[in-house]
Design a protein around this ligand. Structure first.
Ligand SMILES: NC(=O)c1ccc[n+]([C@@H]2O[C@H](COP(=O)([O-])OP(=O)(O)OC[C@H]3O[C@@H](n4cnc5c(N)ncnc54)[C@H](O)[C@@H]3O)[C@@H](O)[C@H]2O)c1
Length: 391
C-alpha cells in the first residue's frame, strides 16, 4: 500500500493535533503552536506534554499541570489552550517571555514520585531554555525543587533553593490592583471601601485577596466547597460573611464578583444572575473565566465591567519571571516583583479606555494589546546585532 493509499484509506477526521499547525489563513489567529513535545519515560511512568505556543517575546514560560486527564487527547487540548493563554498573559504583563505550558498525565496524589519529576526535568532541560517551567494545578514549590535537580529552566522553587516560593501572594495582590482599577472606572475612586465584594473560592489566592479587601474597607462575602478553606478565612477575618454556594453568592447583592476557584466561571446562567442582581464588576483570579466565546459581549451588554482574567491574575507570573531573570543577577527580589505587579492597575485602566474607544469588550481590547506587543517586539529581531545570533 502506498502512503497516499494509507492516508485516504484511514481518512481520519481532523483532531486536536491539527490545531498545532493552524495558521492565520485558517481563520485562527495565534492558534497554531511553535512546538509540542511528547515526553515518555518508561522507567518512571512519566507521560508529559510540553506545548510551546510562542517564543515571539522570549523563552516560553508557563507552569506544569499534573492532572488525571481522561485521555491523551484531553491532555494535549489542555496544554495547547493553556500555553496559548500564557503567550497573552506574559505579553500583557510586559514580560520578555513567550507562552508555554506543560501537563503531566496522572493523579498528583498517587502517581507523583521523585524519579518521574526528575525525568520530566531532563525533558525540559533538553529544550535548552526554549521552555521555562513553574508550578500549576497539582504541582508545588517542593516539586519544582526536585525538577530543578535535573534542569536549569525552573521557577517557583522554594526560597531555601533560591526560588521565589508561593506565587499566590502576588497573584492576589495583582487581582486587587485590577479590582481597584475597576472601581476607579466604575465609581471614580480606586478603592473598594464600602463596596460589597463576593469571592468564590478562598484557596491560596482567594484568602489573600480577602485580606486586601478587608484592609481596604470592603464588605466581603465568601463561599468555598472546602470547609477548611472557609474556616481559615473566618478565623483570620471574623467579619466576613459566608454563604452556602456560588448560586447564593451571585444573589448576595454584590458590587463586585471575584471568581477565584475554577475556570469557566462565567457562563450564560452566571452572567444572567449577575445582571439580575445588579453586580457592576467581575474581577477575579481564576484562569479562563469566560465559558465560551460571546460571554464577554453578554457581560458588556448588561453593563457589567469585566476585568480580563489573564491580565489581573498575572502577579504570579510576574513573580516567577523575576525569579528566572534574576537567577544570575543576585536572585529574586519580592519588592521589585511587587512593584511590577502594581502596574496591573495601570494596564487594567488602559484596557478599559481602549475598549471604550474601540467599542469592544475589555476582553477583546486585552487580546488586541497583547497581540500588538507580540507583533511589534518580535519584529525587533529584524534589526541585526553584529556578533549576536539573531533572536
Ligand atoms: N496560585 C496562583 O498564583 C494563580 C495564578 C494565576 C491564576 N490562578 C488561578 O486562580 C484560581 C485559584 O487558584 P489557587 O491557587 O487559589 O487554587 P486553590 O486550589 O488553592 O484554591 C481554589 C479554591 O476554590 C475552591 N473551589 C473549588 N470549586 C469550587 C466551587 N465550585 N465553588 C467554590 N469554591 C470552589 C477550592 O476548594 C479551593 O479552596 C485557579 O483558577 C488558578 O488557575 C492562580
Amino acid at each position: 500500500m502506498t502512503d497516499v493509499q494509507t492516508l485516504s484509506a484511514s481518512h481520519p477526521a481532523p483532531g486536536v493535533l491539527s490545531r498545532i499547525f493552524r495558521t492565520e489563513q485558517d481563520g485562527a489567529p495565534n492558534d497554531g503552536h511553535e512546538q509540542v513535545v511528547l515526553c515518555h519515560d518508561r522507567a518512571s511512568g512519566l507521560k508529559a506534554i510540553i506545548a510551546i505556543h510562542s517564543t515571539a517575546l522570549g523563552p516560553a514560560l508557563g507552569g506544569t499541570r499534573f492532572f488525571p486527564y481522561v485521555s491523551e487527547e484531553a491532555a494535549l487540548e489542555d496544554a495547547l489552550n493553556l500555553s496559548r493563554g500564557m503567550s497573552y498573559k506574559n505579553a500583557l504583563a510586559g514580560l520578555d517571555l513567550g507562552g508555554g505550558k506543560a501537563v503531566i498525565i496522572g493523579d498528583p496524589n498517587t502517581a507523583k514520585n521523585e524519579a518521574m519529576l526528575r525525568a520530566y526535568g531532563r525533558f525540559v532541560q533538553s529544550l535548552r531554555g526554549r521552555y521555562v517551567t513553574a508550578c500549576d494545578v497539582g504541582t508545588y514549590v517542593q516539586d519544582m525543587d526536585v525538577v530543578a535537580r535535573e534542569c536549569d529552566y525552573v521557577t517557583g522553587r522554594s526560597p531555601e533553593q533560591g526560588g521565589a516560593g508561593d506565587s499566590s501572594v502576588l497573584t492576589a495582590f495583582g487581582v486587587f490592583q485590577g479590582m481597584r482599577a475597576s472601581a476607579q472606572a466604575s465609581w471614580g475612586q480606586p478603592t473598594l471601601r464600602g463596596r460589597r465584594v463576593g469571592v468564590a473560592g478562598v484557596g491560596k489566592v482567594g484568602h489573600y485577596l480577602v485580606g486586601h479587601l478587608v484592609a481596604d474597607g470592603a464588605t466581603v462575602v465568601i463561599t468555598d466547597v472546602s470547609e477548611a478553606a472557609v474556616n481559615r478565612v473566618r478565623a483570620a477575618y471574623p467579619d466576613v460573611e459566608v454563604v452556602a454556594d456560588t448560586a447564593a453568592l451571585l444573589q448576595a447583592r454584590l458590587d463586585v464578583y471575584a471568581p477565584c476557584a475554577l475556570g469557566g466561571a462565567l457562563d450564560d446562567h452566571t452572567v444572567g444572575a449577575l445582571g439580575a442582581a445588579g453586580t457592576a464588576v467581575v474581577c477575579g483570579a481564576a484562569n479562563n473565566q469566560l465559558a465560551h466565546p460571546g460571554v464577554e459581549k453578554d457581560l458588556a451588554g448588561r453593563g457589567i465591567l469585566y476585568a480580563p482574567d489573564y491580565l489581573v491574575n498575572s502577579g504570579g507570573v510576574i513573580q516567577v519571571a523575576d525569579e528566572f531573570e534574576s537567577q544570575h543577577k543576585g536572585g529574586y527580589n519580592f519588592d521589585r516583583a511587587k512593584t511590577k505587579a502594581t502596574k496591573i492597575f495601570d494596564t487594567t485602566l488602559e484596557i478599559f479606555t481602549r475598549a471604550t474607544a474601540d467599542g469592544v469588550p475589555p476582553a477583546v481590547a486585552a487580546d488586541r494589546l497583547a497581540e500588538k506587543r507580540m507583533r511589534e517586539i518580535s519584529a525587533l529581531r529584524s534589526v541585526l546585532l553584529p556578533g549576536a545570533r539573531q533572536g
